[in-house]
Design a protein around this ligand. Structure first.
Ligand code: THU
Length: 160
């Protein structure tokens, strides 16, 4: 038996004001598009803004369905729209913000496992890391330099 340790380094910011202006702008877009979430079942609205290398920002929000599994998270809505419309542009960063219609979320809400898996595919495709920034409705923001920091032992095309 040979143990090994997995470590990730994340950065925690007390508020969005501590981040660079371009990150603040990206997060403000995520907050804005959060209002477009269609979340009648969970009452949990998520907005995501993807920054492309060409300067475009592609936005997404969660879209739910009466057949629950048919719905889609904000992060995948955004990154798939980016891939569908700008297949040759690199994804530089994604900003995510979540708000519950039931209570105030003051802790950062990380992307779900399925979204991490979807996002890491683009890191592999473009051979470049994607920065992640995520927060709740207000309060602290967490930054990860790469999706892999949130998804160690990644399953990717090298496993096939
Ligand atoms: N949701 C997201 O949009 N992103 C995540 O990373 C976690 C969950 C959505 C899916 C569903 O519409 C609602 O939040 C509650 O799970």
């Amino acid at each position: 038996m040979k143990p090994f340790t997995i470590t990730s380094r994340l950065e925690v910011y007390d508020s969005l004001d501590e981040l660079d202006a371009h990150v603040q702008e990206l997060m403000h877009k995520a907050i804005e598009v959060r209002n477009n979430a269609y979340a009648p079942y969970s009452q949990f609205k998520v907005g995501a803004a993807v920054q492309l290398a060409n300067g475009e920002m592609i936005l997404g929000s969660n879209q739910e369905n009466a057949s629950y599994p048919s719905g889609l998270c904000a992060e995948r809505t955004a990154v798939y729209a980016a891939g569908a419309n700008y297949p040759n542009e690199k994804v530089k960063a994604i900003a995510i913000s979540a708000k519950s219609m039931k209570h105030r979320i003051i802790s950062p809400v990380p992307p779900c496992g399925a979204c991490r898996q979807a996002l890491v595919e683009y890191e592999v495709k473009q051979d470049e890391a994607i920065e992640l920034y995520f927060m709740g409705e207000t309060g602290k923001v967490i930054k990860a330099d790469s999706v892999k920091d949130l998804l160690p032992l990644v399953f990717d095309n090298s496993c096939l």
